[in-house]
Design a binder for this molecule. Sequence first.
Ligand code: ATP
Length: 242
Amino acid sequence: MTVIEASALTKNFPRPGGGISTVLSGIDLAIAESERVAIVGASGSGKSTLLNCLSGLEPVTSGVVRLLGNDLTSIRSSAMARLYREQVGFVFQQYNLVAALSAFENVALPLRLGRKKVDSAFVQESLRRLGLADRIRSRPAQLSGGEQQRVAIARAMVTDPRIIFADEPTGALDTQNGELVMSALEAVKQRGTALVYVTHDPVLAARADRVVLVRDGRVVSETTGTTAEQIVESLRNAETRS
Ligand SMILES: Nc1ncnc2c1ncn2[C@@H]1O[C@H](COP(=O)(O)OP(=O)(O)OP(=O)(O)O)[C@@H](O)[C@H]1O
Protein backbone atom coordinates (compact mmCIF):
# COMPACT_ATOMS: atom_id res chain seq x y z
CA MET A 1 0.00 0.00 0.00
CA THR A 2 1.22 3.49 -0.88
CA VAL A 3 1.54 5.79 2.13
CA ILE A 4 2.98 8.86 0.39
CA GLU A 5 2.40 9.93 -3.17
CA ALA A 6 3.77 13.13 -4.69
CA SER A 7 3.02 14.20 -8.23
CA ALA A 8 4.46 17.17 -10.09
CA LEU A 9 5.59 18.60 -6.75
CA THR A 10 7.12 22.06 -7.13
CA LYS A 11 8.30 24.37 -4.39
CA ASN A 12 9.34 28.00 -4.77
CA PHE A 13 10.82 30.26 -2.12
CA PRO A 14 11.05 34.03 -2.35
CA ARG A 15 14.62 35.20 -2.95
CA PRO A 16 15.97 37.62 -0.30
CA GLY A 17 16.69 40.29 -2.93
CA GLY A 18 13.36 39.76 -4.76
CA GLY A 19 12.07 37.23 -7.27
CA ILE A 20 11.58 33.54 -6.59
CA SER A 21 13.83 30.53 -6.52
CA THR A 22 12.50 27.12 -7.58
CA VAL A 23 13.86 24.69 -5.03
CA LEU A 24 11.88 21.59 -6.08
CA SER A 25 10.70 21.02 -9.59
CA GLY A 26 8.24 18.44 -10.94
CA ILE A 27 8.90 15.67 -8.42
CA ASP A 28 6.96 12.41 -8.68
CA LEU A 29 7.54 9.96 -5.86
CA ALA A 30 5.60 7.14 -4.23
CA ILE A 31 6.54 5.43 -0.98
CA ALA A 32 5.01 2.17 0.24
CA GLU A 33 4.27 0.98 3.76
CA SER A 34 7.28 -0.49 5.59
CA GLU A 35 9.59 0.95 2.94
CA ARG A 36 12.81 2.65 4.02
CA VAL A 37 13.72 5.49 1.71
CA ALA A 38 16.90 7.58 1.98
CA ILE A 39 17.01 11.00 0.35
CA VAL A 40 20.54 12.02 -0.63
CA GLY A 41 22.10 14.85 -2.61
CA ALA A 42 24.58 17.70 -2.39
CA SER A 43 24.13 20.48 0.15
CA GLY A 44 21.38 22.83 -1.02
CA SER A 45 19.96 20.32 -3.54
CA GLY A 46 16.54 20.42 -1.83
CA LYS A 47 16.54 17.29 0.38
CA SER A 48 15.09 18.86 3.52
CA THR A 49 12.58 20.86 1.51
CA LEU A 50 11.46 17.63 -0.18
CA LEU A 51 11.08 15.88 3.19
CA ASN A 52 9.13 18.86 4.55
CA CYS A 53 6.82 18.97 1.52
CA LEU A 54 6.20 15.19 1.70
CA SER A 55 5.33 15.45 5.39
CA GLY A 56 3.24 18.60 5.05
CA LEU A 57 5.50 20.77 7.21
CA GLU A 58 5.97 22.98 4.14
CA PRO A 59 3.09 23.73 1.76
CA VAL A 60 3.85 22.93 -1.87
CA THR A 61 3.72 25.67 -4.53
CA SER A 62 2.08 23.36 -7.07
CA GLY A 63 1.45 19.68 -7.56
CA VAL A 64 -0.15 17.25 -5.13
CA VAL A 65 1.09 15.34 -2.11
CA ARG A 66 -1.08 12.61 -0.65
CA LEU A 67 -0.10 11.50 2.83
CA LEU A 68 -1.94 8.40 4.02
CA GLY A 69 -4.66 9.17 1.51
CA ASN A 70 -5.00 12.82 2.54
CA ASP A 71 -4.44 15.53 -0.05
CA LEU A 72 -2.14 17.93 1.81
CA THR A 73 -3.09 20.85 -0.40
CA SER A 74 -6.67 20.79 0.87
CA ILE A 75 -6.54 19.09 4.29
CA ARG A 76 -7.99 21.10 7.18
CA SER A 77 -5.58 22.04 9.94
CA SER A 78 -7.52 20.02 12.54
CA ALA A 79 -7.27 16.86 10.39
CA MET A 80 -3.57 17.57 9.83
CA ALA A 81 -3.00 17.91 13.58
CA ARG A 82 -4.77 14.58 14.15
CA LEU A 83 -2.71 12.94 11.41
CA TYR A 84 0.51 14.13 13.08
CA ARG A 85 -0.67 13.06 16.54
CA GLU A 86 -1.77 9.60 15.51
CA GLN A 87 -0.07 8.42 12.33
CA VAL A 88 3.10 10.36 11.60
CA GLY A 89 6.32 10.61 13.63
CA PHE A 90 9.14 13.13 13.24
CA VAL A 91 12.81 12.94 14.17
CA PHE A 92 15.02 15.98 13.59
CA GLN A 93 18.76 16.52 13.76
CA GLN A 94 18.32 18.67 16.88
CA TYR A 95 16.35 16.36 19.08
CA ASN A 96 13.52 18.80 19.90
CA LEU A 97 12.84 17.35 23.34
CA VAL A 98 11.05 19.38 25.99
CA ALA A 99 13.81 20.47 28.38
CA ALA A 100 11.66 20.51 31.51
CA LEU A 101 10.36 16.97 31.03
CA SER A 102 12.05 13.65 31.82
CA ALA A 103 12.75 11.06 29.12
CA PHE A 104 9.61 9.22 30.23
CA GLU A 105 7.46 12.37 30.07
CA ASN A 106 8.86 13.33 26.67
CA VAL A 107 7.94 9.93 25.26
CA ALA A 108 4.49 10.02 26.88
CA LEU A 109 3.81 13.53 25.54
CA PRO A 110 2.23 12.53 22.17
CA LEU A 111 -0.14 10.21 24.06
CA ARG A 112 -1.12 12.98 26.48
CA LEU A 113 -1.61 15.44 23.63
CA GLY A 114 -3.80 12.87 21.90
CA ARG A 115 -5.71 12.33 25.17
CA LYS A 116 -4.70 8.67 25.09
CA LYS A 117 -4.17 6.60 28.20
CA VAL A 118 -0.49 6.56 29.15
CA ASP A 119 0.55 2.97 29.77
CA SER A 120 3.64 3.46 31.97
CA ALA A 121 4.93 -0.07 31.45
CA PHE A 122 4.73 0.40 27.67
CA VAL A 123 6.54 3.76 27.73
CA GLN A 124 9.25 2.36 30.00
CA GLU A 125 9.63 -0.69 27.78
CA SER A 126 10.03 1.47 24.68
CA LEU A 127 12.87 3.37 26.39
CA ARG A 128 14.39 0.12 27.64
CA ARG A 129 14.37 -1.34 24.11
CA LEU A 130 16.44 1.64 22.98
CA GLY A 131 19.00 1.03 25.72
CA LEU A 132 17.71 3.82 27.98
CA ALA A 133 16.52 1.76 30.96
CA ASP A 134 18.63 3.78 33.41
CA ARG A 135 17.75 7.14 31.82
CA ILE A 136 13.98 7.04 32.20
CA ARG A 137 13.85 9.82 34.83
CA SER A 138 16.65 11.94 33.31
CA ARG A 139 15.96 15.29 31.70
CA PRO A 140 17.40 16.07 28.23
CA ALA A 141 20.28 18.19 29.64
CA GLN A 142 21.44 15.13 31.61
CA LEU A 143 21.60 12.95 28.48
CA SER A 144 24.20 12.61 25.71
CA GLY A 145 23.27 13.56 22.16
CA GLY A 146 22.82 9.91 21.19
CA GLU A 147 20.62 9.28 24.22
CA GLN A 148 18.51 12.35 23.48
CA GLN A 149 18.02 11.22 19.90
CA ARG A 150 16.95 7.76 21.07
CA VAL A 151 14.38 9.41 23.37
CA ALA A 152 13.18 11.40 20.34
CA ILE A 153 12.83 8.13 18.41
CA ALA A 154 10.92 6.47 21.26
CA ARG A 155 8.64 9.53 21.26
CA ALA A 156 8.15 9.32 17.47
CA MET A 157 7.28 5.62 17.79
CA VAL A 158 5.02 5.69 20.84
CA THR A 159 1.84 6.24 18.83
CA ASP A 160 2.80 3.37 16.48
CA PRO A 161 2.77 5.71 13.44
CA ARG A 162 2.43 4.61 9.82
CA ILE A 163 5.30 6.85 8.72
CA ILE A 164 8.38 8.36 10.34
CA PHE A 165 10.14 11.33 8.74
CA ALA A 166 13.72 11.91 9.87
CA ASP A 167 15.92 14.81 8.81
CA GLU A 168 19.61 14.06 9.39
CA PRO A 169 18.74 11.96 12.45
CA THR A 170 22.38 11.02 13.01
CA GLY A 171 23.85 14.32 11.81
CA ALA A 172 24.95 15.53 15.23
CA LEU A 173 26.22 12.16 16.47
CA ASP A 174 29.48 10.19 16.37
CA THR A 175 29.56 6.93 14.42
CA GLN A 176 28.74 4.68 17.36
CA ASN A 177 25.74 6.72 18.50
CA GLY A 178 24.70 7.20 14.88
CA GLU A 179 24.64 3.42 14.51
CA LEU A 180 22.47 2.97 17.62
CA VAL A 181 20.04 5.62 16.43
CA MET A 182 19.84 4.21 12.91
CA SER A 183 19.21 0.66 14.17
CA ALA A 184 16.45 2.01 16.41
CA LEU A 185 14.84 3.75 13.44
CA GLU A 186 15.18 0.70 11.22
CA ALA A 187 13.34 -1.47 13.72
CA VAL A 188 10.06 0.30 12.83
CA LYS A 189 9.93 -1.64 9.57
CA GLN A 190 8.81 -4.72 11.49
CA ARG A 191 5.63 -2.84 12.37
CA GLY A 192 4.93 -1.88 8.77
CA THR A 193 5.99 1.73 9.39
CA ALA A 194 7.56 3.54 6.45
CA LEU A 195 10.76 5.48 7.16
CA VAL A 196 11.83 8.44 5.03
CA TYR A 197 15.14 10.00 5.98
CA VAL A 198 17.59 12.59 4.75
CA THR A 199 21.25 11.80 5.29
CA HIS A 200 24.67 12.93 4.13
CA ASP A 201 26.17 9.60 5.15
CA PRO A 202 26.44 7.14 2.22
CA VAL A 203 26.82 4.19 4.60
CA LEU A 204 23.55 5.01 6.35
CA ALA A 205 21.83 5.77 3.05
CA ALA A 206 22.89 2.36 1.70
CA ARG A 207 20.82 0.70 4.42
CA ALA A 208 17.59 1.98 2.85
CA ASP A 209 15.41 -0.14 0.57
CA ARG A 210 15.53 2.71 -1.94
CA VAL A 211 17.89 5.65 -2.39
CA VAL A 212 16.45 8.80 -3.94
CA LEU A 213 19.11 11.12 -5.35
CA VAL A 214 18.15 14.81 -5.58
CA ARG A 215 20.05 17.30 -7.70
CA ASP A 216 19.01 20.92 -8.20
CA GLY A 217 15.51 20.17 -6.91
CA ARG A 218 14.86 17.17 -9.15
CA VAL A 219 14.94 13.44 -8.49
CA VAL A 220 17.70 12.23 -10.79
CA SER A 221 17.71 8.57 -9.75
CA GLU A 222 15.91 6.06 -7.56
CA THR A 223 17.91 2.92 -6.89
CA THR A 224 17.45 -0.24 -4.84
CA GLY A 225 20.14 -2.43 -3.37
CA THR A 226 22.54 0.50 -3.63
CA THR A 227 25.98 0.20 -2.01
CA ALA A 228 27.69 3.04 -0.13
CA GLU A 229 30.35 3.15 -2.89
CA GLN A 230 27.67 3.59 -5.56
CA ILE A 231 26.10 6.39 -3.53
CA VAL A 232 29.47 8.16 -3.14
CA GLU A 233 29.95 7.84 -6.90
CA SER A 234 26.52 9.20 -7.82
CA LEU A 235 26.91 12.09 -5.37
CA ARG A 236 30.25 12.92 -6.96
CA ASN A 237 28.71 12.78 -10.44
CA ALA A 238 25.74 14.89 -9.31
CA GLU A 239 28.10 17.55 -7.93
CA THR A 240 30.24 17.63 -11.06
CA ARG A 241 27.24 18.09 -13.33
CA SER A 242 25.46 20.78 -11.28
N1 ATP B 1 12.41 28.84 4.12
C1 ATP B 1 13.22 29.09 3.08
N2 ATP B 1 13.21 30.30 2.46
C2 ATP B 1 14.00 30.54 1.39
N3 ATP B 1 14.85 29.64 0.85
C3 ATP B 1 14.91 28.43 1.42
C4 ATP B 1 14.10 28.08 2.56
N4 ATP B 1 14.38 26.79 2.91
C5 ATP B 1 15.31 26.35 2.03
N5 ATP B 1 15.63 27.33 1.14
C6 ATP B 1 16.59 27.21 0.05
O1 ATP B 1 16.26 26.07 -0.70
C7 ATP B 1 17.43 25.40 -1.14
C8 ATP B 1 17.38 23.94 -0.71
O2 ATP B 1 17.44 23.90 0.71
P1 ATP B 1 17.34 22.52 1.49
O3 ATP B 1 17.53 22.83 2.94
O4 ATP B 1 16.14 21.79 1.09
O5 ATP B 1 18.62 21.75 0.92
P2 ATP B 1 19.35 20.46 1.47
O6 ATP B 1 19.67 19.62 0.30
O7 ATP B 1 18.56 19.84 2.57
O8 ATP B 1 20.68 21.12 2.05
P3 ATP B 1 21.66 20.66 3.24
O9 ATP B 1 22.20 19.32 2.85
O10 ATP B 1 22.72 21.71 3.25
O11 ATP B 1 20.85 20.63 4.50
C9 ATP B 1 18.61 26.17 -0.57
O12 ATP B 1 19.11 27.02 -1.58
C10 ATP B 1 17.99 26.94 0.55
O13 ATP B 1 18.69 28.14 0.77
